[in-house]
Design a protein around this ligand. Structure first.
Ligand code: LMR
Length: 334
């Protein structure tokens, strides 16, 4: 009898311990760090992912989004991801070179994509998947591509032809293709973290830069750049990445729910990116602080001619396989 009671008590306490531990189980925390403002395609998509990820995992996962370089700047966030200090990032495709994934700089080649449609032939196709797979040996898993937009040049002097940027100090992201692009314009490239660009423009450490309009406007660069020319000479967008070990060790059901949330966030990002850039262009014009120039097709062709040699110069860095895969996907011809 005594033995029976002890046994039932033991079972009872094991069952209640199980329920207590479920009720008080700590959620899995995903720290998602990025460098842009909230009101940008990436900023909005990260918030969307947080909301949907937490909903679908029903409290099992807490997603903390740190916007605007509030946790880490560009270079530090890559290191933090590999060390496991953050779990998720969405760096621009121009920032994978220093990690050793030089192939990603194919996205930085001037005039490689005519429009978003061309871009999606890569990001939604086998070439995009092949590139994400290259991150795995670095302890990183690529989950998705999120769109931003096409870049324009800005400075404090008018920009109409490539010669107008000659000898100007121009801020770039950490990509050798972008460095070569600026050299093709006879400008002086200066690699700099995104969080430092406004001040560098304000103090004259650099004379100008290149951005999709959404980044230009949300960082208030219109306050410190008098001229912007819509060149659409190159693309800037993102790969959403996670620490591979962290991702693979998630319970399978949770990982599946997060994959669904990521898919929805990706559709959302890619749906809003163009509109956001278009709206921000109108907003820049409305500030009256930056004069916006739109090029005629003939004027734009002059930029293309000046920048196309960058492809050949950077082919060995990017690698033949990657160049061929992307050229083929978009049907690129010089
Ligand atoms: C930049 O550094 O200009 C961009 O990569 C910032 C961003 O994440 O869009």
């Amino acid at each position: 009898m005594f033995k029976k009671v002890t046994k039932s008590l033991a079972v009872l306490s094991a069952v209640s311990a199980f329920f207590v531990s479920c009720a008080f189980a700590e959620p899995i925390v995903i720290k998602f760090s990025h460098v842009v403002a909230l009101d940008t395609p990436k900023g909005q998509a990260a918030e969307f992912f947080k909301k949907r990820g937490e909903e679908l995992t029903q409290g099992k996962v807490k997603i903390e989004v740190y916007a605007n370089s509030s946790l880490y700047k560009d270079k530090e966030e890559m290191e933090a991801l590999q060390l496991g200090a953050v779990q998720m990032l969405a760096p621009s495709l121009a920032k994978f070179g220093p990690l050793g994934a030089k192939e990603f700089e194919v996205f930085d080649l001037p005039f490689i994509f005519n429009d978003y449609n061309d871009l999606h032939k890569v990001t939604k196709g086998p070439a995009g998947q092949m590139l994400l797979a290259k991150l795995e040996p670095m302890g990183i898993k690529g989950l998705a591509y999120w769109d931003n937009g096409f870049k324009s040049f800005s400075a404090n002097t008018p920009i109409k032809t490539p010669d107008d940027l000659k000898a100007k100090k121009l801020r770039i992201q950490s990509s050798k293709v972008l460095e070569e692009q600026m050299r093709a314009l006879k400008a002086i490239p200066q690699t700099m973290a995104f969080s430092e660009v406004y001040q560098a423009l304000q103090t004259g450490v650099v004379d100008g830069t290149e951005n999709p309009v959404s980044n230009f406007y949300t960082q208030k660069m219109n306050e410190v750049q008098k001229y912007m020319t819509i060149t659409d000479h190159g693309y800037l967008g993102y790969a959403v990445i996670v620490n591979k070990k962290f991702w693979e060790e998630l319970p399978a059901d949770v990982r599946g729910q997060l994959e669904t949330a990521m898919k929805e966030a990706t559709d959302f990002a890619n749906k809003i990116a163009k509109d956001k850039n278009d709206q921000d262009l109108e907003a820049v014009k409305a500030t009256g602080k930056t004069t916006v120039t739109v090029l005629t097709p003939a004027e734009r062709a002059v930029w293309r001619k000046a920048l196309i040699p960058v492809h050949e110069k950077m082919a060995s860095r990017i690698g033949k396989d990657t160049m061929d895969a992307v050229y083929q996907a978009v049907g690129f011809t010089k």
